[in-house]
Design a binder for this molecule. Structure first.
Ligand SMILES: Cc1cc2nc3c(=O)[nH]c(=O)nc-3n(C[C@H](O)[C@H](O)[C@H](O)COP(=O)(O)OP(=O)(O)OC[C@H]3O[C@@H](n4cnc5c(N)ncnc54)[C@H](O)[C@@H]3O)c2cc1C
Ligand SMILES: *[C@@H]1O[C@H](CO)[C@@H](O)[C@H](O)[C@H]1NC(C)=O
Ligand SMILES: *[C@@H]1O[C@H](CO)[C@@H](O)[C@H](O)[C@H]1NC(C)=O
Ligand SMILES: *[C@@H]1O[C@H](CO)[C@@H](O)[C@H](O)[C@H]1NC(C)=O
Ligand SMILES: *[C@@H]1O[C@H](CO)[C@@H](O)[C@H](O)[C@H]1NC(C)=O
Ligand SMILES: *[C@@H]1O[C@H](CO)[C@@H](O)[C@H](O)[C@H]1NC(C)=O
Length: 566
């Protein structure tokens, strides 16, 4: 292979744009001035001592988070101008390893925006300042308020030593001193300070505890952040002028070099725009340039980005079973597969009713969903015959406006269309039910599985495969819960063997004798024979309720429902 092809970013960018024309497949791009934190980097990221942080807690599978993504991208790019004092972070609450942090920061819904000051340390009394607006402009001005409380904005006071003025600004060449009137200090005879920005101040707002009311100094400071060579110091006490031996005149900006030698600028009017223009002119005259602008980036194709995230997840956790797949299976069985049947009567009816009971008692659905399935069961159990059409009506009536949080396949995602999906999730659901079936009599779950394949599966080969397997392992052999788990495992492996290498095999998910040697080294002895006690242990562990992953669920339940916290 050509090494160059692997390592050249230019080539990979080219490949990327060829594969995804016009859009990027990453949820967040560092080139958009966003840094993603995870459970390991979260605390150290927030404790960083020089900048404030804007953090977006999100779950990319939720509609609300998806809708906000384009605006947030615009925001983070805009906030690049403040990068000297503000970092923009995202934190993914969809990831299981991040859930603990989302819970402890009491994230109730996503997206949630919080501002954290410099050197933040986790404190149950202060979990950041929530920003509720979703409007880019509004968020920006709210952030300006919070940033103005950072040490960076500390007013220069008459007690401060002029010699120390560069102390917290090691790397700048100039300090611009900007007078910002505070009505608390207002001297009626004093001439300066009567712009629109100054007039926003009112006597009520301005006092000893809250001296920064006028915004001309703050806005000038914020606008000049892209110039690394200068820092703005604001003062609201006209006595400060005398420390520099200056007699004040209106609209005076004092520029100090590192030798504290002053230079004076007099903007035409008393607005931050005019102040910024005057200082910028001075900087450009001295050949100082603002930060290089951000590179152009492609907007995200969210569908593609989530697929990419799911495949990344598979790579990191090959043995994981997902709630989202189990919910997809339930949804599809109730709304699509079962309604294909013309009539439920006799054995068929009892298979459906038993299935509904098992979902109610064993499934990982939310309590709200289980309640609705219970209603469905109650309306079914009094009937001796139900048509498929009627069944669908009953389902929709019972569920009302409820929609499942699992909206896409995660463990059962396919690398191309028409593969995996429902068939895969169907297996996963029944494996899960066998493992969690303690409260049912031995064999109850596999009898429903068998009934479903026999009566409702729209696939002759499937029925035949299972019939052949039952000749080797009759259902009547299943007399204990553990045997039930192993019966389904063996059936599945029997069918995997028939299908391996065939057209229904997804090359990214080959049909193996499960579990693989790598995922469960102890499951085989050194003659490669199964050690069923170990297989059983393995199945019980991966399919247990406690080990199901929340990743891929379009809801905040993982961190908000306290009864799910285990
Ligand atoms: C009774 C039955 C008969 C079928 N017959 C056919 C057929 O003739 N032709 C056809 O094209 N399709 C058939 N299917 C569908 C087929 O089994 C697969 O579901 C489908 O091809 C999708 O394959 P998959 O790669 O998603 O893996 P699946 O086989 O669907 O497995 C899903 C997941 O379950 C886990 N798993 C795999 N094996 C085991 C195991 N032994 N124990 C526990 N967990 C396991 C793995 O994590 C795997 O990713 C049948 C399905 C059933 C239920
Ligand atoms: C995103 O990608 C999917 C294919 O994965 C495509 O169907 C869809 O049209 C794309 N969306 C946009 C906005 O381009
Ligand atoms: C369903 O509708 C009820 C009112 O009929 C409402 O209170 C509830 O929030 C809705 N639930 C969903 C998930 O939309
Ligand atoms: C499930 O498997 C059957 C049998 O191979 C097939 O006919 C059907 O298309 C598959 N469905 C999905 C969603 O893969
Ligand atoms: C076979 O397995 C046993 C334990 O199950 C082990 O003690 C022994 O060393 C193994 N033999 C070989 C040849 O790997
Ligand atoms: C969950 O999985 C871990 C290993 O990944 C295992 O140690 C643990 O026992 C499992 N939990 C349950 C309840 O099976």
């Amino acid at each position: 292979m050509n090494r160059y092809l692997y390592y050249s970013p230019a080539i990979s960018l080219l490949l990327c744009t060829l594969l995804f024309p016009g859009l990027s497949q990453f949820l967040y791009n560092p080139d958009d001035n966003v840094e993603q934190l995870d459970f390991a980097s979260f605390e150290s990221g927030l404790s960083e001592p020089t900048t404030g942080k804007l953090v977006k807690f999100f779950n990319g599978f939720c509609k609300d988070s998806q809708h906000f993504m384009p605006a947030f991208r615009k925001l983070s790019r805009k906030l690049y101008k403040w990068k000297r004092i503000l970092k923009v972070h995202v934190f993914d609450c969809a990831k299981d390893e991040n859930l603990k942090i989302c819970r402890s920061f009491i994230i109730r819904s996503t997206p949630t925006l919080r501002f954290f000051p410099t050197a933040y340390h986790r404190d149950p009394e202060d979990l950041g300042t929530e920003i509720s607006s979703r409007n880019v402009k509004e968020i920006e001005s709210e952030l300006a308020l919070y940033l103005a409380e950072l040490k960076y904005f500390k007013l220069f006071s008459r007690e401060d030593n002029v010699k120390d003025i560069f102390r917290d600004h090691e790397h700048v060449k100039y300090i611009a001193m900007v007078f910002q009137m505070c009505l608390f200090n207002f001297m009626p005879h004093f001439e300066t300070g009567n712009s629109m920005e100054e007039k926003q101040a009112s006597l009520d707002d301005c006092n000893k505890d809250n001296p920064i009311v006028a915004t001309i100094g703050r806005n000038t400071l914020l606008e000049l952040l892209p110039y690394n060579e200068i820092a703005v110091r604001v003062f609201d006490d006209h006595q400060v002028y005398t420390k520099f031996n200056i007699s004040p005149v209106p609209n005076l900006i004092v520029i100090l070099n590192r030798n504290i030698k002053p230079l004076f600028l007099t903007p035409e009017v008393d607005t931050s725009e005019a102040y910024v223009a005057a200082i910028r002119q001075f900087l450009e005259f001295s050949d100082f340039k603002p930060h290089k602008p951000l590179l152009k980036t492609l907007p995200t194709n969210i569908t593609e980005a989530l697929r990419y995230e799911i495949f990344k997840q598979h790579k990191n956790r090959p043995q994981q079973i997902y709630r989202a797949d189990l919910e997809r299976a339930v949804d599809q069985i109730l709304k699509v597969e079962l309604p294909k049947t013309s009539n439920f009567v006799g054995k068929r009816l009892s298979v459906v009713n038993n299935f509904l009971r098992q979902l109610y008692y064993l499934s990982p659905l939310k309590p709200e969903a289980k309640e609705k399935l219970n209603n469905l069961y109650n309306s079914m159990k009094i009937k001796s015959r139900v048509s498929g059409v009627k069944f669908k009506e009953l389902v929709l009536k019972a569920l009302k406006n409820y929609t499942f949080d699992g909206k896409q396949y995660v463990g059962c995602i396919a690398s191309r269309s028409f593969l995996r999906g429902f068939n895969c999730s169907f297996w996963a659901l029944f494996h899960y039910l066998t493992v969690e079936s303690e409260s049912f009599h031995a064999g109850a779950v596999v009898q429903v599985f068998n009934g479903f394949v026999k009566f409702f599966m729209d696939c002759n080969d499937c029925r035949n495969n299972l019939r052949e397997f039952k000749k080797i392992r009759p259902l009547s052999d299943v007399t204990q819960i553990d045997q039930e788990i192993l019966w389904l495992w063996e059936a599945h492996n029997y069918i995997n063997k028939q299908l391996a290498g065939g057209s229904s095999e997804d090359p990214k998910f080959p049909k193996i004798q499960f579990p693989s040697e790598r995922d469960c080294p102890s499951c085989r002895d050194n003659q490669s024979e199964w050690r069923t006690d170990e297989v059983l242990k393995y199945l019980k562990s991966i399919y247990s309720l406690k080990n199901l992953s929340w990743f891929g669920m379009a809801s905040d339940s993982a961190y908000t429902y306290s009864d799910f916290e285990k």
